[in-house]
Design a protein around this ligand. Structure first.
Ligand code: ADP
Ligand code: MG
Length: 288
């Protein structure tokens, strides 16, 4: 099974923003979640992996390919769904997919017809194949995006924030398609939604400000925090004090009152009660 290996990858934009700082990741076959807030560098990393942007330094290999130099070879094995995927509104899904298939070198008509139909089935769009893309919902557009990314039968599939803006049903349907693909493909999914990673990914990394803060298995990461997360409700005015005295990793509102989560090796008393750690705690323990 192929593995994607990223070593010391760095990228600084012309305006001086250092979007990636010495990023190193090992990404095996299966679903890999790249989790980070807006501006973390996720899209930059994905565009470099998709051979659409140059890195300043570092190495990337996929199997025996040098991703940074053997671009044409990599592209034959790559499927990519960018963060904003535009579609022509006035043509049907079937027509556009057929056109894209021609562009990707599927020149034999009968073969192309079969591939297009199979992908429309796989992404649950077959019944809507003759509708104009302009009338598609967000979820349908994203599934169409996956269908086009799969035209080349990729071994490396990169999807950038694919679930942003999808409702829960659409998200689930999308997850199911990705999980099936991940059985024999390296699938890299970027997201700022912790839930996406929790439900889908066997491996993950958290990045912020261009740096990898952790990588590993989501379940193990949760286990490491087990027994160390405490919570309590406080008054809004007390938040600053609590932040001084404890390692506050999250605050959210419950019925208008802030609930804080803290990371503590021992029982802090003080009205706190221990709670089961979740992936959200892992995320905030690293980001804060
Ligand atoms: P993410 O996808 O995690 O939101 P990006 O990779 O889009 O992060 O951006 C990382 C950082 O690089 C941000 O500070 C962003 O403003 C900056 N950036 C992204 N693209 C460009 C660009 N083309 N030119 C200059 N700065 C950019
Ligand atoms: Mg992005």
């Amino acid at each position: 099974m192929p593995t994607l290996k990223i070593k010391n990858l760095s990228k600084t934009y012309a305006n001086g923003v250092q979007a990636l700082k010495n990023v190193s990741l090992d990404i095996p076959t299966g679903m890999f979640g790249l989790l980070g807030p807006n501006g973390a560098g996720k899209s930059t990393l994905m565009r470099i992996l998709a051979t659409l942007q140059e890195a300043d330094q570092g190495q990337v290999t996929f199997d025996k390919l040098n991703v940074l130099t053997q671009k044409m070879e990599l592209r034959k094995r790559l499927g990519y769904l960018p963060q904003s995927f535009g579609v022509y509104p006035k043509i049907t899904a079937e027509t556009l997919l057929n056109h894209l298939a021609v562009l990707k070198g599927l020149t034999k008509k009968s073969e192309r017809k079969e591939v297009v139909a199979a992908l429309l089935h796989k992404t649950n769009l077959y019944a809507d194949r003759q509708k104009n893309l302009g009338g598609y919902s967000g979820g349908m557009k994203q599934r169409f995006g996956i269908a086009q990314a799969l035209l080349t039968n990729p071994k490396l599939l990169i999807v950038d924030e694919p679930t942003a803006g999808l409702d829960p049903t659409e998200r689930n349907r999308f997850y199911n398609i990705l999980s099936e693909l991940a059985e024999n493909t390296v699938v890299i999914l970027s997201t700022h939604i912790v839930e996406d990673v929790k439900e889908l990914c066997t491996n993950m990394a958290i990045i912020n400000k261009g740096e990898v803060l952790m990588q590993g298995n989501p379940r193990h990461a949760i286990e490491e925090l087990s027994g160390k997360i405490y919570q309590r409700t406080i008054r809004k005015s007390e938040l600053a004090d609590y932040k001084k005295n404890y390692r506050v990793i999250a605050d959210k509102l419950l019925l208008g009152e802030p609930i804080i989560h803290i990371l503590s090796e021992t029982d802090p008393g003080d009205g706190f009660s221990r709670v089961t750690a979740g992936l959200e705690d892992v995320y905030f323990a690293h980001i804060w």
